[in-house]
Design a protein around this ligand. Structure first.
Ligand SMILES: [Fe+2]
Ligand SMILES: [Fe+2]
Length: 295
C-alpha cells in the first residue's frame, strides 16, 4: 500500500529568484485560453516554464502558443498531450501518429524548446540542481482495470456509459499497430534514458502529460475515462528514478498529491467552465522548484 495524501500546492516565488514553473492543458483553441497565453509573463526573468501537453487541437494553434511562450520565458520544456496528436479532418496539417509527433518536435527545436527527444535540461536555479525529464509515454488502457480486467471489457463498459475519449476517433497510432504498442515502445525507450540519467546522481523532475500512477485518476468524475490516462508500467518511476517532483496534466483536476513522499503536481489550466467551478484558487503556472519556501 502506498503512502498517499493530498497536499497544498506550491505558491509563486516571492523571493526575487527564478523558479521552475509548470502548466498543462492550455487548450488555446478556446478564445479565453488564447488570451491567457498572450498575457502570460514570467514572475522573474529566469523562470522556466514546463508546458505539460494539450496545448491545442490544431498544428497552427499549437505552434502559435509555443512560439508565444518561448518568447516570454527564459526556457520552455514541452511534452505532447493527446490533443496535439489529434488529426482533425479540418486541420491543413494531416500528419498522423508518429509523424505528427516528430513534426511537433521539429517545430519545438526551431523555437529552442526542449522536448522528450532532446538531452534533458538541468535546472540549476533555486531548489536545484535537478534534471528536468520531459516524458512521452502515452497510455495502454491498463488503468481501465479500475473497471474490468481486460481492455475489451473496460472499453465496452465505457461505451455503454457513453464515455468514450475522442482519441478513439482522431488519435491515430500510425505506423504503430495500436496506441498500446506505441506506448510500450515509448516506455521502453524512456526507461533506458531515465536509467542513464539516474547514473548522474542528480534528482529528477519527471514531466509527462499523463499521470504516472493509476491512483491519481481516482478523483475522475467518470471512472470510465481512466483507461485513456496512462499505463501501469510507470507506477514506480517516481521512486526508481529519485524524483523530486512529478508534473502532469490531462485530468483537468489541479491538485498536489504526495505519494511515497514525492509530490505529484497536476497543473492543468483547463477549460473556462472548469475554472469557474473551482472552489479554491489555483496558481497558474504552478511553482515546482524551489519547494522549500512554499511550505
Ligand atoms: Fe486537456
Ligand atoms: Fe489530455
Amino acid at each position: 500500500m502506498r503512502a498517499i495524501r493530498d497536499a497544498p500546492g506550491a505558491s509563486r516565488n516571492d523571493r526575487g529568484q527564478g523558479s521552475l514553473t509548470a502548466i498543462a492543458d492550455l487548450h488555446v483553441d478556446v478564445v479565453e485560453n488564447r488570451r491567457f497565453v498572450e498575457s502570460l509573463r514570467p514572475a522573474h526573468d529566469d523562470d522556466w516554464l514546463i508546458v505539460c501537453g494539450d496545448v491545442g487541437e490544431t498544428m497552427a494553434s499549437v505552434e502559435w502558443a509555443l512560439a508565444t511562450l518561448a518568447r516570454a520565458f527564459d526556457r520552455v520544456v514541452w511534452v505532447p498531450g493527446n490533443h496535439e496528436l489529434w488529426t482533425y479532418p479540418s486541420d491543413p496539417v494531416q500528419l498522423r501518429g508518429e509523424a505528427r509527433y516528430r513534426h511537433l518536435v521539429d517545430r519545438c527545436r526551431a523555437l529552442g524548446i526542449a522536448t522528450p527527444e532532446d538531452p534533458y535540461p538541468v535546472w540549476t536555479g533555486a531548489g536545484g540542481p535537478a534534471v528536468v525529464a520531459p516524458l512521452f509515454t502515452l497510455y495502454d488502457y491498463s488503468f481501465g482495470r479500475n473497471l474490468a480486467p481486460t481492455k475489451r471489457e473496460s472499453l465496452a463498459r465505457a461505451r455503454a456509459a457513453g464515455v468514450v475519449c475522442s482519441d478513439e476517433l482522431v488519435l491515430h497510432p500510425d505506423p504503430h499497430a495500436s496506441v498500446e504498442q506505441w506506448c510500450r515502445e515509448r516506455v521502453r525507450w524512456t526507461e533506458r534514458r531515465l536509467t542513464e540519467t539516474a547514473a548522474t546522481g542528480l534528482p529528477v523532475v519527471l514531466v509527462g502529460h499523463f499521470p504516472l500512477v493509476a491512483e491519481l485518476t481516482a478523483p475522475l468524475y467518470r471512472p470510465e475515462f481512466a483507461q485513456w490516462c496512462g499505463t501501469v508500467a510507470t507506477a514506480d518511476w517516481h521512486t526508481r528514478f529519485d524524483a523530486r517532483a512529478v508534473v502532469y496534466g490531462h485530468l483537468h483536476i489541479p491538485r498536489t498529491t504526495v505519494i511515497d513522499g514525492v509530490p505529484f503536481e497536476e497543473v492543468s489550466f483547463g477549460y473556462p467552465r472548469e475554472r469557474r467551478r473551482r472552489v479554491r484558487p489555483v496558481d497558474v503556472p504552478r511553482r515546482i522548484l524551489p519547494r522549500e519556501a512554499a511550505r
